[in-house]
Write a protein of this length. Structure first.
Length: 117
């Protein structure tokens, strides 16, 4: 099996409010709106976040994004009117900051993360 793309789906109760919130999160409008109730942002070369109107499932998703400079990223988010959480220290130099969208879906930004194969 060869996976070409990863699509992380975030269910929300109000697609218009979520579209505006995720636009602030990513710092730009959605890259795609393929159908009513679905907006998408390409976050890596082959990774996408899909924000999908699904009130019955809204609020239970968790996304983790590894970022190159956590402190700068947290400051940037705060400057866009979002409320990133306090930076917390984890193991092996990894640091975390978490925020939530209007439905309570959790987005965690990870700094100092290194993939080891």
């Amino acid at each position: 099996m060869s996976v070409e793309h990863v699509l992380a789906v975030v269910p929300v109760s109000d697609i218009d409010a979520a579209d505006a919130w995720y636009e602030r999160l990513f710092g730009r409008p959605a890259d795609n709106n393929p159908m009513p109730g679905l907006v998408e942002w390409q976050v890596t070369g082959t990774g996408w976040v899909q924000v999908f109107h699904d009130p019955d499932r809204a609020g239970g998703t968790m996304l983790n994004f590894a970022v190159d400079d956590l402190d700068a990223h947290v400051a940037d988010l705060a400057g866009r009117g979002l409320e990133p959480g306090e930076v917390q220290q984890a193991n092996k130099g990894v640091r975390l900051s978490t925020t939530s969208d209007p439905d309570g879906n959790r987005i965690t930004f990870v700094g100092g993360f290194r993939v080891r194969y």
